[in-house]
Design a protein around this ligand. Structure first.
Ligand SMILES: [Zn+2]
Length: 240
């Protein structure tokens, strides 16, 4: 049987020197290929500083996303896209305040300040995103009586946005998720992507969370349990 010494001897010093850096690099760096897609979740004015539902440090994800997007031939962006008077808005439930919870026919719903109303400037994607090669923008939450954190399924758990079909039709197997907010739209998207059979990575430093009632820790725990891989932007190989 060949042991390590025999293999080293057989390879010779020159071959080893050529091999070692590549092998080390491959162990720590992820190189997106044509079967990989970056999903950029809800980087919209309402979720950025000055917006009606601003995520703390939300603007800090933009340069990180712009950088990693260069490593992807496939980029899909999402846009939260609500009707006026949407069921997820606290303002339409008398006596309720933002961040309180109510029971709706499809389950518990956190109530939010009015945000991302169709066609408004608040619903527009950040002007600082620089991803001209993004190939699809998928809008979600446009049914007045159903919210949709996930880019795949609305909050009723059964109405599809069509994204899984699109990605499968494009032969995508690996999904990388970035954007806002980690504990809601990013996490729900990542969990549904797992359920749809994709290999899923969440790029932690390309996301920021809202963290209401322990939601951020719970989201990471749920994602870990579902087999979502938690990585950093530096783990992705971006060629200069
Ligand atoms: Zn929303």
């Amino acid at each position: 049987m060949l042991d390590r010494r025999h293999i080293l001897a057989a390879l010779g010093t020159t071959a080893l020197a050529a091999l070692a850096p590549t092998a080390l690099f491959a162990a720590t760096s992820i190189k997106p290929d044509d079967t990989s897609a970056l999903l950029v979740i809800d980087v919209q004015n309402c979720f950025l500083p000055g917006g009606s539902l601003a995520v703390k440090e939300g603007e800090q994800v933009v340069p990180v996303i712009n950088k990693i997007a260069k490593a992807f031939s496939n980029v899909v962006m999402t846009q939260d896209w609500h009707t006026p008077g949407h069921v997820s808005f606290a303002s339409v439930h008398s006596g309720k305040k933002p961040f309180e919870t109510i029971d709706l026919p499809y389950g518990k719903q956190v109530l939010w300040p009015d945000h991302c109303v169709q066609g408004t400037d608040g619903a527009a994607l950040s002007r600082d995103l620089a991803i001209p090669h993004a190939e699809l923008i998928i809008r979600k939450g446009f049914h007045k009586d159903v919210d949709s954190y996930s880019a795949f399924l609305e909050a009723d758990g059964k109405t599809s946005t069509g994204l899984a079909g699109y990605l499968k039709g494009r032969k995508i197997k690996r999904i990388f998720v970035a954007g806002l907010a980690t504990d809601f739209c990013v996490a729900w998207t990542a969990l549904d992507a797992r359920k749809a059979g994709f290999e899923v990575y969440v790029v932690e430093d390309a996301c920021r969370g809202i963290d209401t009632q322990g939601s951020l820790a719970k989201a990471w725990a749920d994602m870990a349990k579902a087999g979502v891989k938690r990585i950093q932007s530096a783990d992705i190989a971006v060629s200069a």
